[in-house]
Each structure stands twice: as C-alpha cells, then as structure tokens.
Design a protein around this ligand. Sequence first.
Ligand code: MN
Length: 298
Amino acid sequence: MSWRTNDNIKILGSAVSIGQPRQGVEKTPSVLQAEKIENLIPIGRVTWVETIDQHAYTYENPRAGPIRNVQDIAKYNKILYDKILSHLSTEDFLLTIGGDHSIGSATVSAMLKATDGNLGVIWIDAHGDCNTPETSPSGNYHGMPVAHLLGLLQCPIEFQWDQPILPVTSIAMIGIRDLDPEEKVLMDKIGIRYYTMEIIHEMGIETVITEALKYIDPNGTKKIHVSFDVDGLDPELVPGTGTIAPNGLTLHDYAVIAQKVKLTGDRFASMDLVEINFDIEKNVTLDSVKEIIRITFQ
Ligand SMILES: [Mn+2]
C-alpha cells in the first residue's frame, strides 16, 4: 500500500512576511490555493483547513531591537502554534505553506508538543537559520528559528509561551551553503549536524539522507518533520525566493530525500514549505513548487 493512502492530509496556510524584509511571500498560500495544489496530491483525504493571516505591521527599519518586529512575530507564532495543535490529530499529516521561515519555530514547537518530544527534524535550507540576535547581521527572525528551537536565544519576554526545546541531536540540516561567519562558529560549537552542498557532492544525497535520519532518530521510533525552505534548491529552479544562494539541491536530490523520509511510513508527520515569493518570479518557481508537492505525496 502506498504512503498514507487513507489518512487526512491537512494543508494550513501561513500568510507571513514579517520575519524578513521582502513583501510577497505572504501571498503564497492564496496563490497555491487558487492553483488547487490539493489536486496534485493523489493520496489521503486532502483539505485546506485554514489560512492564518498576519496582522498589519510596519517592517522595523532601522531595527528597533535585537530582533526586528519581535512582538508581532511572537504574537503570530503563538497563534500558529495553537492552531496547529487544534487542527492536528495523531493520524493526520500536516503541510504548512508559508510564508517566510520565521514560522519554523512555531511549527516544530507544535509538533514537539504533539509528539511529547518524540520528533526528529530534517531542515532543508541554504542557510543555517541558527543566528542569535548577537550573531545576526540583519536582525531578521527568519534567520533565527533553529537557534530559537534549540534554546539559544536569550528569549525576549514576548516569546515566553509554553515552548519546548529541541535537542540538538534531533535535527539535521541539508543543502547548507551560506552561513554567516559568527553563525557558523556557533553551529560548530554546539555541534549541530549540517550537510553542506560540498559534503552532499562528496557523499551522495542518498547516503546523506540515510545518515541524517539515522542520526536524528537512531531507533526509528520518532515522528519526522521536514522543514523545507525552497532556497535549499538551486536558484535556477526557484528564482522566486528572497535570499538566493547559488549551487543548490536539484529536484532529483529532493526526490531521494522524500523517498527515504517516506520509508518511515506514517511517522513522517508534517512538513513546512516556506520562502516562496511569486512577486519575485512566478513561472519557473510555481513549476518547481508543484513538482515538490508531487514528489512529496506521490
Ligand atoms: Mn530558512
């Protein structure tokens, strides 16, 4: 029987641009809903459960504090976290469509809560998303969600909701090729597992994802969450994203990743698809996004 044939596939829109400077990324859930991407999913019972809009905000430039727009982000992520927990049942698969990657701290926290911490995370990204306010050159929170999940932020009071901490051994990052200097020092110091494009070319993607899954889930008992920042793919495939880094993953690389993750069966529980900005480029990017959906659910 194919993967999750009889389960609910729930799609949640997270219409957010607040974690980074470029407008447009918040429109992606409505574009993909109009494109009826649910028709690309041949399994399960697929429903768009809701799209959660951000409140009106003004991008803080220059930044008013160590994290730009921290109050608005904290408020939104708390709402998203609560909504995920209210929509999710054990047997469901949750696909959250962003929005920028600031939502990653809320989606992973909600999944940690829902699984009592029994969660492994595959983070596909060109970037480390491991900056703290001290290491971040920009102060944009979409570069910080992993640091936040690992408990590395001296958390501003705004974020103090019931947020579980992700053990550093429960996450592996794939596609990495653009780290800020101090961010890299921090990542190496805490020993977070990340696979650069260079390592991927050396080891081969199949070995990388096999090793990554074994690392985050040594006994094969955890639920698996994939947080997919489309800038992890090569910019020729996804020109419509805000922070471009050359020489990225191919769609075939992603197909190998997805195939291995799906071998975990219904333990593959949830996925984020973020940083898609059709205002920057639509045609090529939309084709690739549709292919990502097909690859994930076929
Ligand atoms: Mn990211």
